[in-house]
Ligand binder design. Structure first.
Ligand SMILES: [Zn+2]
Length: 135
């Protein structure tokens, strides 16, 4: 099944896309990849949560990740917290550090985003500041 995706000129719209999807599918942690398309467009792709416990954890299929990364420069890995607050779990932080990609998270419960920036990453500082301004 083809999962929803969108291309936007505006980073805020990709964040809103993730939040709206998460509000509609609040029985599971939703996952998405956000990337740069060309120089000035953002692409967001919802991906399946492969965790055996998708209410409380998320797992992205490496094939989905590689497919996306072959077409777009990966900016953020997104997941939702359907029924917990907008703070990152230790596991979230460890995973972000391990893959060196910032994690964007949206808590449906709090209606709030959070951003985790790992120690090592190659995200453009302007995009990072834009994202911080949206949190
Ligand atoms: Zn989490």
């Amino acid at each position: 099944m083809e999962l929803p995706s969108a291309t936007e000129r505006n980073l805020k719209k990709t964040f809103e896309f993730c939040a709206n999807y998460s509000k509609n599918y609040f029985n599971t942690e939703c996952c998405a990849l956000i990337g740069l398309k060309g120089k000035s467009q953002y692409h967001v792709q919802i991906v399946a949560n492969r965790s055996p416990e998708p209410m409380s954890f998320f797992t992205i299929d490496p094939v989905d990740y590689l497919n996306f990364a072959s077409q777009y420069k990966v900016l953020f890995i997104f997941h939702s917290h359907p029924h917990t607050e907008s703070s990152f779990s230790d596991l979230d932080k460890e995973n972000s550090e391990a893959v060196c990609v910032p994690f964007l998270m949206y808590s449906v419960q709090d209606n709030k985003f959070a951003l985790y920036i790992p120690e090592n990453h190659d995200l453009d500082v302007n995009i990072l500041n834009k994202a911080k301004g949206l949190i």
